[in-house]
Design a protein around this ligand. Structure first.
Ligand code: PMP
Length: 357
């Protein structure tokens, strides 16, 4: 606390990011990065962009990148908003679209940044419990059961559970709330979820947020985007242009465009993660874990008789890091990123050893 702080600063509960360890040679399964590097074409494009143009500011409207995203998503460039990672996109979304007279609604177990943004921007919110098997119940998001929400946001697949709704279920939420913005955070959708981007042309209250950090292996480059009706995008642009920030730098833009264009590499690596997830899930189940069905590049698992914090600590002693949340209902779970096949084997062997001890 300092008497020089603005009053709001003392009230904030900032997000605690997943650890980015300084040690080398750790099996890092804690922050859901892609285990395979980006397409070689991304590296070529970034090298080619390292030219004299770096002395110039980037394109403030990111035309080339928005065009590439629009082509991938099957929408118009005017329906695309870009930012430095989807976290920055979400920061603008909360301010531009989610602050209303009625509370914003989201699940009680979800991406822990949402309440942080609410605190920062003074947005009132209400949380709805997930079902006993950690699913989102669509009816909880319809005015009939819980009244009219000011706006709605949830990830699909949800994080950290990995459980997904299908597009028809999400459409019920969007269609059932014509007077409220519904934001679907699809950070992990390419690993088995069903994107609702095709619905944005039919519903002007739907905004879909995606990232190149996960399925495109570019967490270090910081590129995310939102797709929605031109009116929603214009609201986001107004907020973004009220900061003097350039959304995407020249190198990130070149790399992101190349990643979006290399569909073959994208397919190959995303399918590799899905395959490893199946084997890893079976391996964890064989060790006695209960594993929630995952549509993401991580699994959420608990052991009936072993303490999760203790398991995470024992794995760490063996140079493997996974994520453990000290939150009610989920403090006996571990969230484990799907790594390479070799990393997954190391994880399963280490767990077998720990469980026997
Ligand atoms: N949404 C969800 C649900 C996430 O888990 C993450 C990653 N922590 C993000 C958004 C943000 O990812 P990025 O800023 O790297 O795009």
């Amino acid at each position: 606390m300092s008497r020089f702080w603005s009053p709001v600063v003392g009230t904030l509960s900032p997000y605690v990011p997943g650890e980015q360890p300084k040690l080398q040679n750790l099996v890092k399964l804690n922050t859901n990065e892609h285990p395979y590097g980006p397409s070689p074409k991304v590296l070529d494009a970034i090298r080619a962009a390292c030219d004299d143009a770096l002395k110039l500011y980037p394109d403030p409207s990111s035309d080339r990148l928005r065009q590439a995203i629009a082509e991938t998503a099957g929408v118009q460039p005017g329906q695309v908003f870009v930012g430095n990672g989807s976290d920055e996109v979400l920061a603008h979304v909360f301010l531009a679209l989610l602050k209303h007279d009625r509370p914003l609604r989201f699940p009680d177990i979800t991406y822990s940044f949402y309440p942080v943004y609410c605190g920062l921007y003074g947005i009132e919110y209400e949380t709805v419990p997930l079902t006993s098997d950690f699913r989102i119940d669509v009816d909880d998001y319809l005015p009939g059961r819980n009244g009219q929400a000011g706006a709605i946001i949830f990830p699909n697949p949800n994080a950290p559970t990995g459980r997904a709704l299908d597009a028809a279920e999400i459409e019920r939420i969007v269609a059932g709330n014509p007077d409220a913005v519904v934001v679907v955070d699809e950070a992990y959708v390419d690993f088995g979820g069903e994107s609702v981007i095709p619905l944005v042309t039919r519903y002007d209250n739907l905004l879909v947020v995606q990232t190149l950090s996960k399925s495109r292996s570019l967490a270090g480059l910081r590129v995310g985007f939102a797709v929605g009706s031109a009116a929603l995008i214009e609201g986001l642009e107004r907020v973004k242009n009220s900061f003097n920030s350039y959304p995407i730098d020249r190198l990130a833009s070149a790399g992101a465009v190349a990643a979006l264009e290399d569909t073959e590499y994208f397919e190959k690596t995303r399918l590799a993660v899905i395959e490893t997830r199946s084997r890893m899930t079976a391996g964890l189940q064989a060790l006695g874990f209960e594993v929630l069905p995952s549509s993401a590049n991580f699994v959420f698992a608990r052991h009936p008789s072993k303490d999760a914090a203790g398991l995470a600590a024992a794995l760490r002693e063996r140079s493997i890091i996974v994520r453990h949340f000290r939150q009610a209902r989920i403090d006996q779970f571990l969230r484990i990123t799907v790594g390479t096949e070799a990393q997954s084997e190391l994880l399963l062997n280490a767990l077998a050893e720990v469980l026997q001890a």
